[in-house]
Design a protein around this ligand. Structure first.
Ligand code: NAD
Length: 314
């Protein structure tokens, strides 16, 4: 099959790295659709861009015309904490994704790769008390299961927390709408402002997460594209994880050492919709299938890649 690839949300953080790495590997620009509501739109140079909402029916015509047969679907609102505060916004975000999936399912797309999240899963089962962000990810996973077929194969990738920048300082995360953990800690450390650390006072623990470098997740996406013939089933789910989990306390500690700044910390009880630790036994099957070795295994090394990029933008 000759690959005709489209990435939705391709001007976002993960999408722009995937497009950049694709260009580096193939010397070709892939197609991206993005509504520019968020993300790294300064990264337009890495892709051929269609500026449109994914739910717009014009996109269906474009997909047919360009004979797109493979989609990496990244377009979404992406923040757990924002989704708890703005439920309606995340419901609309879910509806537009379902509309998009319905629009494209009979257009000749053979492979649909969906970026889900490890946050749907806890202690090896579906989490009970899900945030709207995770709940809608799970609903989309389940809907894709129903409509998947031998002509519309679905690969679900449950990402861990994605962090890091290109060490050259040319590309990294820039999001004016939401603050993710590492940029937030960084900004507050430079300004010597108080940093809120979430904590469970009952269990006396800091929440732990799994972190992966954006370059690794982008390369995993591209390796999957190169190995599509190895995905024989109509519907497969893969949990993607780095070697070790780290607490928010450890993230702050490493970052403050790298920046040589002492943090001013405020502890706050964590919301009960957020996990303390996502204990996930995964054999990282996907990495074996595509024969990929994670490049950045160590959190400190991942955080160090931010230095040039953060200096430039903050
Ligand atoms: N970054 C992480 O830590 C992480 C972790 C787990 C899963 N994911 C998932 O990976 C995907 C990409 O995340 P990211 O960090 O690159 O986010 P991002 O916000 O940087 O990128 C998302 C992009 O999608 C675009 N977009 C949003 N809604 C759209 C719509 N309706 N139509 C067209 N474009 C739209 C935005 O403009 C943005 O450029 C998301 O689905 C997210 O849920 C991310």
């Amino acid at each position: 099959m000759k690959l005709n690839l489209l990435i939705t949300g391709g001007l976002g953080y993960i999408g722009s790295f995937t497009a950049k790495n694709y260009l580096k590997k193939t010397k070709k620009k892939l197609f991206v659709v993005d509504n520019l509501s968020r993300g790294n739109f300064f990264a337009k140079k890495y892709s051929n861009n269609i500026i449109l909402d994914i739910s717009n029916s014009k996109l269906t015509k474009i997909i047919k015309k360009k004979k797109i047969n493979t989609i990496i679907h990244l377009a979404s609102l992406t923040c757990v904490r924002e989704s708890i505060k703005k439920k309606r916004k995340y419901f609309n975000n879910y509806k537009s994704q379902i509309k998009f999936i319905n629009n494209i399912k009979n257009t000749g797309v053979k492979y649909f790769i969906f970026s889900s999240s490890l946050s749907v899963y806890e202690k090896n089962r579906y989490k009970k008390n899900l945030s709207p962000y995770s709940l809608y990810k799970l609903k989309i996973e389940k809907y894709l299961k129903i409509i998947s077929s031998k002509n519309f194969k679905v690969i679900i990738l449950r990402y861990p927390n994605i962090i890091g920048s290109d060490p050259s300082g040319k590309l990294g995360e820039k999001n004016n709408s939401i603050s993710r953990i590492v940029p937030l800690f960084y900004k507050n450390l430079i300004k010597m402002k108080k940093i809120t650390l979430f904590y469970d006072y009952n269990k006396k623990v800091y929440p732990c997460r799994n972190y992966m470098h954006v370059d690794d997740i982008s390369n995993i996406n591209l390796k999957i594209i190169e190995n599509l013939d190895k995905f024989k089933n109509r519907y497969q789910i893969f949990n993607i994880k780095n070697k070790k989990d780290y607490s928010n306390f450890e993230v702050l500690n490493f970052l403050s050492k790298i920046m040589k700044k002492k943090p001013l910390v405020d502890l706050k009880q964590i919301n009960n919709k957020e996990s303390i630790q996502q204990i996930i036994n995964t054999k990282n099957d996907i990495l074996k299938i595509i024969k990929y070795n994670i490049k950045y295994k160590n959190l400190k090394k991942i955080l160090q890649t931010n230095s040039r990029w953060f200096k430039k933008i903050y």
